[in-house]
Design a protein around this ligand. Sequence first.
Ligand code: HEC
Length: 104
Amino acid sequence: MKTALLALALFMPALALAQGADIFKGADLALGARLIAENKCVQCHASKVGGDGSAIYRPKGRINNAGLLRGMVENCSTQLNLQLFPEEVTAIAAVLNRDHYKFR
Ligand code: HEC
């Protein structure tokens, strides 16, 4: 069942777009924070926008719901070739949501 849901989430991005922050329920926030640190997300963002890099996160921009936030983390990690598991992508997005985006 869980596998089927994961498959859906992977292959039907359109479905993910409609999701609210409940997709982050039960996410492993400690894991997410660790992955963000390990993958130098903040360092690169800071080099682009200055400060602590958090200015790159724009809750009022294109990324305006939880599904899009998760999708963006997925795109970024694919581009960076991080090879994250779906639950790792979710964990990262959950931390960004908690600290920056605060979608419901
Ligand atoms: C090599 C540099 C680099 C690294 C490493 C990087 N990013 Fe980014 N990221 C960017 C740039 C540049 C943008 C802005 C893209 C744009 O606005 O089109 C961005 C934008 C984003 C956004 C969208 C912000 C918004 O609200 O529009 C998210 C979310 C994000 N990155 C997450 C991550 C995460 C999570 C990681 C680590 C796993 C990461 N990024 C690693 C360069 C990087």
